[in-house]
Write a protein that binds this ligand. Structure first.
Ligand code: SAM
Length: 324
């Protein structure tokens, strides 16, 4: 069977089990986060997928993710990489960290990358506003060579903090922006061409990036509707070339590390190209300000005689507004 340029409709684990070993060069994914449909945030709607629930007992969820990641390890060629996007969550005050289960897999963890989304989905004060997600760069060693090859300076200089906002123009409930899979794939494949996998391909962002970078793709998606619309998106991928070029255009360096060293030029500590102060983009809220002000004012406006408990609640709402 030819596995190139195909989107399988089905459960990630079952489809992965049917694939041969050492098939793909690289993968990128963002799985469902098991956030649960009953935990509605104050500002944003819950993510709800068409044909799957995002609510499993946490233990079962983590076991499934370990199995999926281990199957991905098997189907990846030695020397291949997988980029796994996830985030820190809290369950009744207890922090659930992706490292809790990523460490249980067969992969070598090559790096933890922080994705600075520059935006917070929840602006209550229980914690500092969570603006980041994580991306785990996982590596399948060639025999016992655990470190792997160096990537070129033009990729490495982009640093372990990836700064771009989430995707807004996509109808899928939780897409990632095209920059994310483009940066991941381009950095490890550069001028080599191969097969790219995304086991939770959703609206097909990874598949579009793969195709525009000249690779073949293999997607897995449980929702037939998402799979079909992503097929159309991939067919029309030329419309998205500018986004990919914008990202690959950031992968430049005037002189490599060894060239600088050979020329006696500065080869010391990393200094970002940008002025860190200028990069401080003010946080944006997900809904127009007027909308949540209206909501909060409605909540805060006292009904004739306010019971003490709700009075306290409305005071809290006003306090929150003060912080904006
Ligand atoms: C976070 S989204 C991925 C979005 C994707 N990165 C994009 O840019 O569009 C997770 C996707 O996994 C799919 N999904 C949920 N459970 C699945 C399963 N067991 N097997 C395969 N896909 C699944 C959902 O339908 C959803 O589209």
């Amino acid at each position: 069977m030819d596995y190139k340029d195909h989107i399988f409709v089905g459960d990630a684990l079952s489809v992965l089990k049917s694939l041969p070993s050492d098939l793909v060069n690289v993968g990128v994914t963002s799985p469902p986060y098991n956030k649960g449909e009953n935990k509605k945030g104050w500002l944003v709607k819950n993510v709800k997928y068409k044909d799957s629930s995002d609510k499993l007992p946490e233990e079962k969820y983590q076991e499934n993710q370990v199995e999926v990641l281990d199957e991905l390890f098997r189907v990846t060629k030695p020397g291949g990489s997988f980029f796994y996007n996830h985030k820190l969550r809290w369950e009744r005050g207890y922090m659930l960290h992706p490292m809790d289960w990523v460490r249980k897999t067969r992969w070598t963890i090559r790096q933890e990358i922080v994705w600075d989304r520059q935006i917070a989905a929840n602006i209550r004060g229980w914690r500092f506003w969570q603006v980041e997600e994580r991306i785990y760069w996982l590596y399948k060693p060639i025999e016992k060579h655990y470190i792997g090859q160096e990537i070129l300076s033009k990729h490495a200089k982009l640093s372990s903090i990836w700064r771009f906002p989430p995707e807004r123009k996509n109808l899928h409930p939780a897409p990632f922006p095209i920059e994310l899979p483009t940066r991941a794939i381009f950095s490890v494949m550069d001028d080599i061409k191969g097969l790219v996998i995304d086991p939770y391909s959703g609206s097909g962002t990874t598949l579009v990036a793969a195709k525009l970078l000249g690779h073949a793709y293999l997607g897995i998606e449980i929702s037939k509707e998402y799979a079909e619309s992503s097929e159309i998106r991939v067919m029309n991928c030329e419309n998205e070339r500018s986004g990919v070029l914008l990202e690959t255009g950031k992968h430049t360096v005037s002189q490599t590390f060894s060239e600088r060293k050979a020329n006696g030029a500065w080869a010391g500590k990393f200094r970002p190209d940008y002025d860190a102060n200028k990069q401080q983009i003010p946080l944006k809220l997900l809904e127009p300000k007027t909308r949540y002000i209206e909501k909060a004012v409605k909540k805060a406006s006292p009904k004739k005689k306010t019971a003490p408990a709700s009075d306290q609640k409305s005071k809290r709402s006003r306090k929150n507004l003060g912080g904006l």
